[in-house]
Design a protein. Structure first.
Length: 504
């Protein structure tokens, strides 16, 4: 450990991250103390600035929005120091704040300083031990995550371009992360969107609330994992597929549910919205299984990544369930890739989650498609017009010739015959109309009434399930988590003005 000059007495231990440029330090006390900058050193602390909203005993890791803001701040400090000053990120000795601060420094080192997770973890361990991350359950779980799991998850996420901070819309993340704006988070770019289960109550939103965002972001499949609390027709009538894969709140997915989920996900034409009650436990379990299968992450890495995107994901027994399936998912994933691509290669995403460039690319694609359709329609229209002109000119020519022939013969019978044949042709058309041309339309109307009746029965059935479930419910894990979210209200992490965190 290299000693930087003028070390404040409040600092207990520190480690060097960049030679004579960047250090990570821990204070002697658990209380946060503001250290003053001096001629050679810039100090900063994020313990009170970037805060985790906990459900129960969970305290981290901080989400990707916090990591983005931390990275922005640290880069500004390093730019300001310009190699002439030392930058020190310090934290208090509170176990939870210390772990979150170390995790941020580790993630920054992996993303921006090209550290391998094991390498930076070895350095950070000099200031350990660190408290492990627990899940969002009331019970104490024997399954915990280490900071190292988060670093390894980030490394693989960067490898497959799950995230790119040069193209990251932090405003969008912060907005839709809040309950009042939908409580939804992208976990895999343009593939999986996890969100709270729609419902007609104060801790959730009706399904109509999500339609605009889903259509704008190509979410064309919805998978519901909890008992029906809304009418799925809200989605299906707009062409969004809807599947019910229901299993008990807080439990692990049965094998048939897992297989159906993976099959739907692999065949889905666009992005998939997945929800249970809170969009955390059951939702995270199945999406996690897909991540392990298709991106060769360990179960711990998949859980860590999902919690960076959507804190609280995967709860209780679901953690060990995913870990037990790990090797089987790797094997089936390898077989799937060889079958689909001819080699066991994992494709890299073009855009990361919350990309700013993707919506513009999408607009260009839509505009080009519209132009092509319009051009093809215009050319087809011109062909039809020319065809009609050719038919018209040939008909006129035929009529003129017929009249000339009639005049030469001096008889009007042929002209009368023409009228009679025309009349006969017209009658045939009328007879065709009368003989059933409109019958299919009538059949459609009669079928529509039966479809409407079927849908009405389905809707009544869904509402019946809802009312029965509400009557018998004592409040499940998802209900409790949603109530906690509702109590957070508007106190969730807001977008901070970056000008206020740049050193002066």
């Amino acid at each position: 450990m290299n000693k930087f000059t003028n070390t404040p007495k409040e600092i207990d231990h520190y480690v060097e991250i960049i030679n004579k440029q960047l250090y990570f330090a821990v204070l002697k006390e658990k209380q946060i103390i503001k250290l003053k900058n001096n001629a050679t050193t810039l100090f900063f602390c994020i313990d009170q600035e970037l805060v985790y909203d906990n459900y129960y005993n969970d305290f981290g890791p901080l989400n990707v929005s916090c990591f983005y803001k931390y990275s922005y701040k640290l880069k500004k400090y390093l730019q300001f120091a310009n190699g002439t000053k030392i930058v020190v990120h310090y934290t208090c000795d509170d176990p939870e704040k210390k772990a979150n601060a170390a995790c941020l420094m580790g993630c920054f080192s992996v993303m921006y300083l090209n550290f391998h997770p094991k390498e930076i973890w070895c350095i950070l361990q000099e200031l350990g031990p660190y408290k492990n991350y627990s899940d969002a359950s009331q019970q104490v779980s024997s399954f915990t995550l280490k900071i190292k799991d988060c670093l390894q998850a980030l490394q693989k996420a960067l490898m497959y371009n799950f995230i790119n901070f040069d193209d990251f819309n932090v405003v969008e993340y912060d907005l839709y992360n809040k309950l009042q704006y939908g409580d939804m988070n992208w976990l895999i770019p343009r593939k999986f969107l996890a969100f709270i289960g729609p419902a007609e109550n104060y801790s959730a939103h009706p399904p109509e609330f999500y339609l605009k965002y889903f259509l704008k972001n190509d979410v064309k499949t919805i998978i519901r994992l909890n008992n029906p609390l809304y009418n799925s027709q809200v989605f299906t009538q707009l062409g969004i597929q809807h599947f019910d894969l229901i299993f008990r709140d807080g439990s692990t997915p049965p094998k048939e549910i897992l297989m159906k989920f993976l099959s739907i996900a692999e065949m889905a034409p666009a992005a998939i919205g997945v929800h249970c009650k809170a969009g955390l436990g059951r939702t995270g379990s199945l999406i996690g299984a897909y991540i392990v299968k298709h991106y060769m992450m360990t179960a711990r890495e998949a859980i860590a990544w999902m919690r960076l995107c959507r804190p609280g994901s995967v709860i209780g027994q679901q953690q060990k369930w995913l870990e037990k399936l790990e090797s089987w998912l790797w094997k089936t994933g390898s077989q799937y890739r060889i079958r689909q691509y001819g080699a066991d290669k994992i494709p890299k995403h073009k855009y990361g989650i919350y990309s700013k460039e993707w919506p513009m690319e999408r607009e260009r694609i839509i505009t080009d498609a519209k132009r092509k359709i319009q051009d093809s329609f215009t050319s087809a229209q011109m062909e039809r017009t020319l065809y009609r002109k050719r038919i018209s000119s040939s008909t006129d020519s035929f009529t003129r010739n017929s009249v000339q022939v009639s005049r030469r013969v001096g008889s009007s019978n042929s002209f009368k015959m023409g009228i009679n044949s025309k009349s006969q042709k017209s009658n045939q058309c009328e007879a065709k109309d009368a003989s059933g041309m409109w019958e299919p339309v009538q059949a459609k109307f009669s079928n529509f009434s039966s479809v409407e009746s079927h849908n009405a029965k389905k809707r009544r059935g869904e509402m019946c399930v809802q009312s029965n479930w509400n009557r018998n419910s004592q409040g499940t894990q998802g209900d409790k988590l949603n109530l906690i979210k509702a109590n957070w209200g508007y106190n969730m992490n807001e977008i901070r003005g970056y000008s206020s965190i740049i050193p002066k």
